[in-house]
Design a protein around this ligand. Sequence first.
Ligand SMILES: Cc1ncc(COP(=O)(O)O)c(C=O)c1O
Length: 364
Amino acid sequence: MPAFGRDMMLVKGSGSTVTDADGKTYLDFVAGIAVCSTGHCHPKVVKAIQDQAAELIHCSNLYYVPHQATLAKRLVEYSGLKKAFFSNSGAEANEGAIKLARVRTGKTEFVACEDGFHGRTMASLSCTHKPAIREPFLPLNPRCSFVPYGDAEAIKKAITKDTAGVIVEPIQGEAGVIIPPKGYLKEIREICDEKDVLMILDEVQTGMGRTGKWFAYQHEGILPDIVSIAKGIASGFPMGAIVAREGLEFSRSEHGSTFAGGPIACAAAIATLDVIDEILPTISRKGEHLKRLLSAYNPRSMGLMTGITLGDACPAVQQYCKEQGVLVNCAAHGNLRLIPPLVIREEEIEKGCGVIDAAIKTAC
Ligand SMILES: Cc1ncc(COP(=O)(O)O)c(C=O)c1O
């Protein structure tokens, strides 16, 4: 089905580079859209997948799954929350968050943000704002009201007696790396406490070290009630999770999944966390370096997540970069999004930014 627009095939990857079907190599500032956190085919991740594939590929959640508890414990430790439930994607993690919020609060509605993206399955799509991807599927469930991003007071006003939760990205990724004002998450936390609704943070794109901490909310010293994770958690092996605070969990049979948290996904995720754990202290520094190199264009960034508003010139910049051997991505509203592997080296950042700089000068 022609649901995706695409014009090239990547067949190989190593570190921060990928090779296309014609043998041309590229520096990858897309990283599978913030997925290939440890770079392409990191040897530790490859080994973990290979070793586990030779032991047990699948057994079902009818049984304790090898590595699942170890991974859950690591996520609980890193997030400061208490209980984990696995999924196969970001949308599915948000489905879990929405279901958990509904079943534990007994309320049915949500508040989310304009330009927010939470996935394309029905419940996650309900909380996704973009009219073009949402409206063909109306009516959607659960009911969700949308308020301007970065405006905590607007969230407060939108909460009603039927609101189960507020779902927000700490930085809007698909919208083009939109960073809210400092203190935004703290204010939402206070509002959710005051109004007795759950605070759900969608860290599918921002989590797992992308912003220089395990989770972006840790920059503001708060804890959400539920955090959803996916993308970078297993270096590209499909996996997601929700982690929730004490007292917030599914009872037996309230939720489930055949594949979620399977042995290979968990092994890949643990190897990924091991790698990220080692490089986490370097991420902010590398992000600052990248930001400095492109400072002429007013970049917005946190860690290795950078957005630059280019408007109509964005596709031409993307095309120029591709021709020069650098993959970049145009997110919404003409915003160039740079989300390279977290393992990218300083000299690769310099090389990539040199091309991006030339591309912007040429196209804008
Ligand atoms: C913030 C956020 N939430 C959810 C999703 C959906 O994740 P997936 O594509 O794995 O379903 C995405 C994907 O881009 C995302 O950026």
